[in-house]
Design a protein around this ligand. Structure first.
Ligand SMILES: NC(=O)c1ccc[n+]([C@@H]2O[C@H](COP(=O)([O-])OP(=O)(O)OC[C@H]3O[C@@H](n4cnc5c(N)ncnc54)[C@H](OP(=O)(O)O)[C@@H]3O)[C@@H](O)[C@H]2O)c1
Length: 212
């Protein structure tokens, strides 16, 4: 498949592109950095700034892309411009291009405001508001074949290959396992129009996704 990864230079993005290339996909990764991230014949790079106008973003996206991943993020500054407005503009641009599949990396409890008083979330209120409405847009205002993966805290630790989905704990994730889960979602037709939370746990990623 031909896949666009928005945020390819990020911690998740790098691992995700690696896995998609290993799965023999053709990957277009976005970054505003000049340096090419991967030396692989199946990898090409796009200098995309999602704070640009929606039409400018749309012009940079090839119409023959099969699936789009959004793993970009502001890191806490510019949450409105990047995590909300930037994300929604990519959804609109992708949809207007005629592309259907859109896989969003979001954050645990993004759509459940009753959980926002949890320690660790309360301090990130503005970020959570932005992810909430971006996810709401994807579900209710787009016709995209979305999957929203709501990950608990991202940790730079070795992958375990095992996760728990949709329980009441926020939990923590190896970044590698989040990337593996995102890559697995692409091959699982039962993930379309689904939202699920994840953290490292007891079930193999394939089995956890199959049960969705
Ligand atoms: N941290 C957590 O514990 C946690 C938990 C759950 C979910 N998440 C979500 O996971 C996302 C990815 O995390 P991460 O640690 O991999 O992020 P990261 O390392 O900070 O990478 C951020 C990515 O976003 C891109 N980006 C930032 N501003 C942009 C802009 N204006 N236009 C285009 N691209 C832009 C960066 O690209 P450039 O190369 O162009 O700078 C980079 O590829 C987070 O943003 C967050 O929403 C995080």
């Amino acid at each position: 498949m031909k896949i666009l990864v928005i945020g390819a230079s990020g911690r998740v993005g790098i691992d995700l592109v690696k896995q998609l290339l290993a799965d023999d996909h053709q990957v277009i990764g976005t970054t505003r950095q000049e340096e090419k991230l991967f030396n692989d014949d199946n990898y090409s790079q796009l200098d995309l700034d999602i704070t640009a106008e929606k039409d400018a973003i749309q012009q940079q996206i090839d119409a023959d892309i099969d699936a789009v991943y959004f793993v970009a993020g502001s890191g806490g500054t510019d949450v409105l411009e990047v995590d909300l407005h930037g994300a929604v503009k990519t959804m609109q641009a992708v949809e207007d291009k005629g592309i259907k599949r859109y896989i969003m990396l979001s954050t645990v409890f993004s759509l459940d405001t009753s959980k926002w008083d949890h320690p660790g979330i309360a301090d990130l209120k503005e970020y959570y508001i932005c992810k909430h409405y971006a996810d709401q847009w994807l579900v209710h205002n787009s016709a995209l074949d979305y999957t929203i993966v709501q990950a608990g805290a991202l940790k730079e630790r070795t992958g375990t290959g095992k996760i728990t989905i949709n329980d009441d704990n926020a939990g923590e994730n190896s970044i590698e396992d989040v990337a593996t889960t995102l890559a697995a979602v692409l091959n699982a037709s039962n993930t379309t129009k689904k939202v699920f939370s994840m953290h490292n746990g007891e079930t193999t990623i394939t089995d956890a996704i199959a049960k969705l």
